[in-house]
Design a protein around this ligand. Structure first.
Ligand code: SGN
Ligand code: CA
Length: 539
């Protein structure tokens, strides 16, 4: 008798253990990984021409890769505010990097905490120093530093020796190992500073990537001839706005003894004043390193300066552009290589502990970035490389491994997605849509065709004009306003590089009419208006 009941118990165990659906009463853990300014062009799951990212790719291999994911406002702090509130910038109020984030409003981590989740955040948030609803955190102040970064904590601030990407990962792993409450599900934010400008790699990756050469994008020498004023007046061109000292890391001692190296006045500030390239922008970063770290950096820094000093005076403008592009890619991609290694460490930990089985892992960026496309670096524009953002999600037993999804999803949707996954009701006034039907392969339950975009930070660094627009899979219609009144239409299928504004082409009259109408409807749907636009104009 005893023998039989044991056998039955074993059979029952076996059957339960083999069912493919996880127990719906078990709340999933969520690990939200986000980097700062990570272009999808620099993730091999999307495009392997620039770099291999085998660890980030694991998330796509084991889950779903979104090929049309975008942001609603392509700039750092606003994107984070959209993610936390599930509301567009004009509703949550954080329209640009300058505006204050009103932290009296509801954010999704608060709802997770109220519903029994343990919450933690490590790395770059960019605003606020006490994120609501987060049990444990160590966050970088503002942009943070690459070398020996300072962190703001609940109890005290601390400076940690090391390279920022490694340090943020150490903090996250330490929390998993020593602070995680095994009785609660977790919501953990693992937020990288890399690959944000000025792209300081670890000394080892700096040396490794300095020896590499990268293919140029086809639009590197774009002259913006068939575009409007905004593209022509933006200050994010590699040749004319990227800085030799700060960005290409030519030593100030070498730069300063050469003549006419770059225009003295390059950037406009938000208040209408300008500033000059300064040795401080290099020194403030380099001088964070201790003597031992400096010694390692010096080997590569010396090579760069020697090359610049010997060759720059004889370079044509095209050669200068090429030189800057290579330096840019070497450093930008080196910082990503560290992100990839470190993401691997965290994924390994989840696997080793078995936590991976009930954990949703998300990899994304706060927006995309130009890697020389249109001659640019930075973001802000609705044009593809900055508008789109990488997004991949894995969730064992729920998402079919290795799937690709082409729907128009946005960072606006994250909050409602996570809330639904955790079986927590989302507030009525959130403006996104849960991605759960898409994750479960149920595209018929998804009926969004177009998304809304609105960028505000102007006049400011990089001088990308204010604009709002509508994007669907075929077209992109944009209105640039504030100090201009210009419209642009791009045919995404026939002109994927967005080189020709066809707004005034008679062949596109119907498209323009339809999209103009749809854009109006979208503005109503999301409660944006001219009145609000005006209220956000700087005095
Ligand atoms: C800094 C950078 C800009 C960048 C903004 C915003 N300049 O001002 O290139 O666009 O941050 O970036 S730097 O000289 O300080 O590197 S964001 O990601 O925070 O929005
Ligand atoms: Ca950013």
């Amino acid at each position: 008798m005893k023998y039989y009941s044991l056998k039955l118990l074993l059979i029952a165990f076996f059957i339960l253990g083999c069912t493919s659906d996880i127990d719906t009463n078990t709340k999933p853990n969520i690990l939200f990984i986000m980097s700062d300014d990570h272009a999808y062009q620099a993730i091999s799951a999307y495009d392997d021409r620039l770099i291999q990212t085998p660890n980030i790719d694991r998330i796509a291999d084991e889950g779903m890769l979104f090929t049309n994911a975008s942001v609603t406002n392509s700039i750092c702090a606003p994107s984070r505010a959209v993610i936390l509130t599930g509301k567009h910038s004009h509703i949550n109020g954080k329209i640009d990097n300058i505006a204050k984030f009103d932290d009296s409003q509801m954010t999704f981590p608060q709802l997770f905490k109220m519903n029994g989740y343990q919450t933690a955040m490590f790395g770059k948030l960019h605003f606020g120093n006490n994120p609501k609803g987060i049990d444990d955190f160590l966050i970088l102040p503002g942009q943070g530093d690459y070398i020996n970064p300072r962190f703001l904590g609940k109890e005290k601030d601390t400076i940690i020796t090391g390279y920022v990407t490694d340090v943020i990962t150490d903090l996250t792993l330490d929390w998993f190992k020593n602070k995680r409450d095994n009785d609660k599900p977790f919501l953990t934010f693992y937020l990288h500073k890399a690959p944000h400008r000025a792209w300081w790699p670890s000394p080892e990756k700096f040396a490794e990537f300095y020896n590499k050469k990268f293919p140029e994008p086809v639009t590197l020498y774009d002259d913006y001839s068939n575009r409007g004023t905004a593209a022509k007046t933006a200050e994010m061109n590699l040749l004319t706005h990227m800085q030799y000292m700060q960005d290409s890391k030519v030593r100030p001692s070498v730069f300063e003894k050469m003549e006419n190296v770059e225009p003295k006045i390059v950037y406009a500030r938000g208040d209408g004043t300008f500033f000059e390239p300064s040795s401080n922008s290099f020194n403030n970063r380099y001088n964070r390193a201790n003597e031992e770290q400096k010694k390692k950096y010096d080997v590569t820094l010396d090579k760069i300066s020697k090359d610049f000093e010997a060759n720059w005076p004889n370079m044509t403008n095209k050669e200068k552009m090429q030189w800057k592009f290579q330096r840019y890619m070497q450093d930008y991609l080196a910082t990503i290589s560290s992100v990839d290694d470190n993401v691997g460490r965290v994924l390994d930990y989840l696997e080793e502990t078995g936590l991976d089985k009930n954990t949703i892992v998300v990899y994304t960026s706060d927006q995309g970035f130009y890697l020389g496309e249109h001659g640019w670096f930075d973001k802000r524009f609705i044009y593809d490389e900055s508008f789109k953002t990488p997004l991949m999600i894995k969730w064992p037993n729920q998402i079919k491994p290795g799937t690709t999804n082409e729907e128009m999803v946005q960072n606006l949707d994250f909050a409602q997605t996570f809330l639904e996954a955790a079986m927590i009701e989302a507030p009525e006034d959130m403006q996104g849509e849960s991605l759960i039907p898409l994750l479960k392969g149920n595209s018929s339950k998804w009926n969004r065709e177009s998304v809304y975009y609105h960028y505000y930070e102007y006049p400011s660094v990089h001088m990308a004009k204010r604009h709002y627009g509508i994007v669907n899979k075929d077209y992109k219609l944009t209105h640039f306003y504030y100090d201009v009144d210009e419209w642009e239409l791009y045919d995404r299928k026939n002109d994927p590089n967005e080189m020709n504004n066809v707004y005034n082409d008679p062949n596109y009259k119907d498209v323009v009419d339809n999209l103009t109408h749809e854009l109006k409807e979208l503005r109503i749907k999301y409660k944006d208006s001219e009145e609000l636009d005006k209220s956000f104009i700087y005095n």
